[in-house]
Design a binder for this molecule. Sequence first.
Ligand code: DGL
Length: 272
Amino acid sequence: MAEKFIGVFDSGFGGLNTMRGIVRMLPQYNYIYLGDSARAPYGHRSKKQVYEFTTQAVDFLFKNNCELVVLACNTASSDALRKIQKEYLPKHYPHKKVLGVLIPAVEHGVSVTKNKRIGVMATIGTVKSKAFEREMQKLDPEIKVLQQACPLLVPLVEEGKHNSKAAEAILKKYVSPLADRNIDTLLLGCTHYGILEKQIKKHVGKNVQVISETNAVPSKLKDYLKRHKDIANKIGRNKKILFYSTGPISKFEKLGSKFFGSKIKVTGVDLN
Ligand code: DGL
């Protein structure tokens, strides 16, 4: 029987930061990472298109022996996850699972805020979907969510310019309005922003707790696998990690190695 994997999907490199956290916490499993860099960013795309691209990615990962897929992309988690779980999986893969990154981050944020004012930095698509607000208020209706769309950050990260002077100026523009609105918690609602965590912390100030999915998602996945032994037991434990990208390979290997924290070897794939 073919060896099984946990699939991790993102629109590009950003999810490698989340993947790094997952592999650190759960090093025993096999993983496949897929980044759709050729079509990133997803943040400004229509809900319909995000759904279409995400189902293509999920299909690729399941066909390559993933048992469970984590959508390490907030835009995909906000715009496509519910429909995938309700319609796509029952029809095409009734025995497989797809999880998102939104709920782990939401649970973490709601559990740490004291003044119930939470800032969220995210893509335009995620902000428009209001998914963070909806999910946080489900847990605590008194939570006030202050959202900031940050369309320039993903291209900056995908270009590897996250340490540039331009990045500092752009971050200041996005973070200052949130910092001025008395938030005590700031959620980085886009996988790519984890890479900017240190700089964001500097701009938002010491009194605000910054939550990155790199920290929130791995422990929630660990809990999930503990509760779903039937799934966990199917996944191979040979520490095999495969990386696929729809975009230029050498760029993905160079930048991806930085985000993942060690050298990666990438295979090209066409999802169309
Ligand atoms: N990785 C996606 C997310 O977390 C954003 C990047 C994009 O816009 O493609 O929302």
